[in-house]
Design a protein around this ligand. Structure first.
Ligand code: AMP
Ligand code: ZN
Length: 127
């Protein structure tokens, strides 16, 4: 049986997951912010002048897999996004935070992530 999950530095990682590989340094990324629980890096295919992905270091597949134990973690990610947006100088002009969940939600990478998108006028409704 394939061992899919490993305990790495006390956290669950998925060996098949590209974002877990970025966390482990196996795939390069332009890191914007890192602490023991959160990693932020530039999206490889930016859709705006600022496009950064914020992920938990714990492998959580999507919002559908969030539990009560993750409430603080998600709150910290959102607050960190606000902080980074301010540091990058786009806080006051505004930006968009996006999470795509599951197939119809448009999620293409199965590791929870929040997009910080800014630097241009956003449109509504999204596609
Ligand atoms: P989503 O479609 O919401 O699942 O978003 C996945 C995002 O991950 C897309 O915007 C991709 O451009 C981005 N992405 C995929 N692979 C990489 C990578 N190796 N480094 C940085 N961003 C990536
Ligand atoms: Zn992962």
């Amino acid at each position: 049986m394939l061992l899919k999950y490993i305990i790495y530095a006390k956290e669950v990682r998925n060996v098949d997951c590209i974002f877990c590989k970025i966390i482990k340094g196996e795939i390069p990324a332009k890191i914007i912010y890192e602490d023991d629980k959160i990693l932020a890096f530039k999206d490889i295919s930016p859709i705006a002048p600022t496009h950064i992905l914020f992920i938990p270091k714990e492998h959580i597949e999507s919002v559908n897999f969030l539990e009560n134990q993750h409430i603080d973690l998600v709150g910290e990610i959102i607050l960190k996004m606000k902080e980074v947006a301010a540091k990058l100088g786009i806080g006051d002009e505004g930006y968009r935070i996006v999470n795509n969940c599951g197939n119809l939600g448009g999620q293409t990478v199965g590791h929870l992530h929040f997009h910080l998108i800014g630097g241009r006028q956003m449109q509504w409704p999204p596609g």
